[in-house]
Ligand binder design. Structure first.
Ligand code: ATP
Ligand code: MG
Ligand code: MG
Ligand code: MG
Length: 575
């Protein structure tokens, strides 16, 4: 690409409404232009970034065995009525009518259409498993569209849907997608974390989000640096906060945690909360080397809680990692109803936990030791403000006393989400297939989203400086920019630049040659703002000494490299 034949239009100022860096920088770099609130044109360079993200996603989806198709943006209301979401979805669902007064929706996601496809296309167990995906425009009439591509109303999402014979096979499909997502976000060059998550309006019983780590993220993640535990705070509010600091808390922390055996939170929010203030947590404690002594703790919180009798029991399946338990399962195992609060069996000290969602019931804290179960801070009803992130950091992440809590907090941007759906949609739409024995059975489903356009913004939130964007190589609009000094005047510079440009192109490098007639300062500022990973400067002065200059976007200064070594040097740096 020659810059003189391309469209580059950088701006000095960001629009006043742009609150976050990605919105400011994408606008200033000329990657997006606003059409309406939350609705943008992807300008040529912005589109290049999206296409690169899509290519990585597509490649890994294909490798994981998913099959691409393309479902419509405009979908008939009938299917949404069938699933129940015509009623349930709320204001985010954009409903439109055609000239015959028939109802349609602009798809926010495609469970209905794909389940309709499945019920018509899948007849036999022999066809399973199947996983269909598409990369398509979504529309969600977000209450607060903001932050540019981060929370748009129209945006691009990859959504995949798996169909399986039974739950075990559906779990395998879920796991395969989870693994594919790990590879995708790794290849995108982003620092990310997979966390246990809420299932929201998509529904289902099990889910994980993929969060790009960035201080400007809207989500709060709680994780244990010493274990695989990580969850979206939205879901895991309970285990992470000790909001009230006072003698009671301190005592509790001291008595509860010394020489505690390994303790891990193994499941969270066993069911959708019954009220806003209900949260359920299952804890497992494990004595090193004695898996048979693993104990499951159950904690169910409710505003009007009462202590009831509870059976001692053990939920299967927690021994190797964690899973989610259903409310029915808990009821059956422990014979208790939500509202019960306490350990399932007396065990050694565990940890100290508290619940942010009960903040309006004051700061609730509980823990346990050999003597049994303790809780404190039960100042029910007192009207206290929600704890702030800064409080939490002090108490948890920044706690110098490791016994005070081993969980840490960080902010994240949700860029992907995998859900185990079970038969929620197949039941609603009657999507069955014939089993081996000739009997009809419900398709077991999973669904898997990736916010393609949001990823471009998240990458910038994570990678920028005062000068502009610093793209991860894999998704940069161009990998290399050649900046000739005085190309119009010097034939030597022109020839050297064209030569290098051709060589790089032949080597498969995505390169742009800035042959616009601009001053070096402006040229450099443009490419620093745009965030191209590698800049090559070619000028008469250097060529006299047979060198050109190579500078990576994060480098403080340029490296002088002999002309004949330039190509291999550049290719090395792009590895
Ligand atoms: P959020 O919590 O940010 O509202 P969500 O949980 O509603 O997102 P999902 O239904 O899980 O989103 O959709 C899958 C993916 O689509 C998300 O992980 C995110 O990357 C992306 N996404 C969702 N809403 C938007 C939006 N308004 N703009 C851009 N991307 C979005
Ligand atoms: Mg949402
Ligand atoms: Mg979400
Ligand atoms: Mg989500």
């Amino acid at each position: 690409m020659h810059a003189s034949k391309y469209h580059i239009n950088t701006l000095k100022e960001a629009p006043a409404e742009a609150e976050v860096k990605s919105h400011q920088l994408m606008t200033r770099a000329g990657m997006i232009r606003k059409a309406a609130g939350g609705i943008y044109t992807y300008m040529p360079m912005g589109l290049k970034v999206l296409r690169k993200i899509e290519a990585i996603v597509r490649d890994e989806m294909n490798k994981a065995g998913a099959i691409e198709l393309l479902m419509p943006v405009v979908q008939p209301a009938e299917l949404w009525v069938e699933s129940g979401r015509w009623e349930q979805y709320g204001g985010e669902l954009l409903r439109i009518k055609d000239r015959h007064n028939r109802d349609f929706v602009l798809q926010p996601t495609s469970e209905e259409v794909i389940t309709d496809i499945a019920r018509n296309e899948i007849h036999s167990w022999r066809q399973l498993p199947l996983n269909f995906y598409h990369i398509q425009t979504k529309f969600r009439d977000e209450r607060r569209p903001r932050f540019g591509l981060m929370r748009g109303r129209e945006f691009t999402m990859k959504d995949a849907y798996s169909f399986d014979r039974d739950e075990a096979s559906a779990q395998a499909s879920y796991d395969a997608m989870f693994e594919a997502y790990m590879r995708i976000f790794g290849r995108l060059g982003l620092e990310f974390r997979a966390v246990a998550a809420d299932t929201g309006s998509i529904g289902g019983s099990r889910s994980h989000e993929f969060q790009v780590i960035a201080d400007t993220g809207e989500d709060l993640i709680v994780y244990n640096p010493a274990s695989p535990y990580a969850a979206n705070l939205e879901l895991a509010e309970a285990p992470c906060l000790i909001a009230e600091r006072g003698p009671a808390t301190e005592n509790l922390a001291k008595t509860a945690t010394p020489d505690a055996p390994k303790c891990e939170i193994v499941a969270e929010q066993l069911s959708r909360p019954l009220t806003d203030t209900v949260k359920c947590i299952v804890l497992a404690t494990e004595v090193e080397g004695k898996p048979e002594e693993t104990r499951i703790w159950l904690l169910l919180l409710r505003g009007d809680h009462e202590l009831n009798e509870v059976k001692t029991g053990k939920l299967p399946g927690f021994e190797n990692g964690y899973r989610f338990a259903t409310e029915d399962e808990i009821l059956e195992t422990f014979g208790c109803i939500p509202g019960y609060l306490g350990p399932i069996s007396p065990v050694k000290p565990i940890t100290v936990i508290a619940d942010r969602t009960v903040a309006n019931m004051s700061n609730f804290i509980c823990g346990a030791n050999e003597q049994g179960y303790h809780y404190t801070g039960a100042n029910w009803g007192r009207d206290l403000p929600e704890p702030q992130v800064s409080d939490l950091r002090n108490v948890i992440a920044g706690d110098p006393d490791p016994q005070g809590g081993n969980l840490a907090l960080q902010r994240g941007i949700e860029v992907g989400h995998v859900f185990f759906l079970g038969d929620k949609y197949s039941k609603a739409l009657g999507a069955t297939f014939l089993e081996k024995d000739g009997k009809p059975a419900m398709l077991q489903m999973g669904c898997y989203g990736i916010g393609i356009s949001r990823i471009s913004a998240a990458a910038i939130e994570q990678n920028h400086d005062d000068k502009g964007i610093i793209w991860p190589l894999a998704i940069a609009p161009f990998e290399v920019v050649i900046c000739p000094m005085g190309l119009q005047k010097s034939e030597t510079v022109r020839n050297a630049s064209e030569w290098l440009y051709q060589e790089l192109q032949a080597a498969g490098v995505d390169v742009i040659l800035d042959d616009r007639d601009t001053r070096p300062g402006i040229m450099f500022a443009d490419w620093e703002l745009i965030g191209v990973p590698l800049r090559i400067t070619i000028g008469d002065r250097g060529l006299k000494d047979n060198v050109l200059e190579i500078q990576a976007r994060r480098d403080d200064s340029a490296a002088k490299v002999p002309v004949e070594e330039a190509l291999s040097h550049i290719l090395d740096r792009l590895k």
